[in-house]
Design a protein around this ligand. Sequence first.
Ligand code: GCO
Ligand code: MG
Length: 404
Amino acid sequence: MKIVDARVIVTCPGRNFVTLKVTTDEGLTGLGDATLNGREQAVVGYLAEHVAPLLIGLDPHRIEDTWQYLYRGAYWRRGPVTMAAIAAVDVALWDVKAKAAGLPLYQLLGGASRERIRAYGHADGRDVPELLDAVRARLDQGYRAVRIQTGVPGLKAVYGVHDTTADGSAVPHQQARPLVEDWDTDAYLRHLPGVFEAVRAEFGPELPLLHDAHHRLTPIQAARLGRDLEPYRPFWLEDCTPAENQEALRLVRRHTTTPLAVGEVFNTVHDYQTLITEQLIDYVRSAVTHFGGVTPLRKLSDFAAQHQIKTAIHGPEDISPVGTAAALHLDLAVHNFGIQEYAGHSPLAGEVFPHAYTFADGHLHPGDAPGLGVELDEALAAAHPYRPAYLPVNRLRDGTVHDW
Ligand code: GCO
Ligand code: MG
């Protein structure tokens, strides 16, 4: 079998998605997600100009070789743009291989290690009563694990409490310039333990509660927060510090038993070396889409498993249904699965990407269609073209740019 066509398709059914579509001389097609939120066109250029031409004539079955060819062959390694492009190729080739075998992808990864995949959803509110309502809404949808984020008194727009501004008006995803959020770490550290206390008081001790600090703390602040949250038994504290400084997590770990999750902005296993070998974290959070695909994420899972670290693949709305499906096949297959983030997609995105995966009773399953189990309605995709959009930026009260 040979690849005869490789095309990049950009669509915006509510938010931008970048998809690679590979076609073979036997008429099989494969899809890969290359969406890099707020920097989509950089990956489009990398794929269309530098990668797609190299794929023509290759045997799509040679996934490992193609991965190494694109990773080592470029000389310039790593980075989100490169690794999102390689991920799209890798996932598209796994899609083709599984379709050629007539099997859902998870069967090629060793088969199912479990019946279903536990998911966590997002609940956020500008204040505690709004958050409690949001948690209740997620439970009504069937979720059995919830990430909680709230506004902080005195701050007007806070990470994770999206879609509304201080005056309650909607924040559009598509904007000509980034929205500016504001931040005060002391106010946040004072506020959050009370939020956990209120949610525990309302929903009891059993509901798994997660929280994302989004890289905003110094190691000693993260250590303080981890300790202050211990009475409420969080499932995890995510991205407490900017973890490109892996050594920083040693300090956090020394002070708290709150489980730590890290990795959604990582691109390669090297970013995890110290974190995994020194057991400084409990969950690896990388997305198939930003980590170079199923091939390296499988290797990461196995490396993490040797240190009793579990997987928790990144699953926000900006990972397309193609990237979501790839994650679900891995989740079902690997032994050290922990939990899957599932923010879901708009109904329109579901129509652009018809898919076999399902969500019920707080659990996901990739379905049993051959391949990934996701298709792309190209006509509908074309009817919703790319719209420029940025992620927000974050500033302290005095105007200093802070981690977002
Ligand atoms: C998460 C993430 C996301 C990211 C987003 C950036 O845990 O789901 O933090 O919300 O901010 O994916 O594009
Ligand atoms: Mg996160």
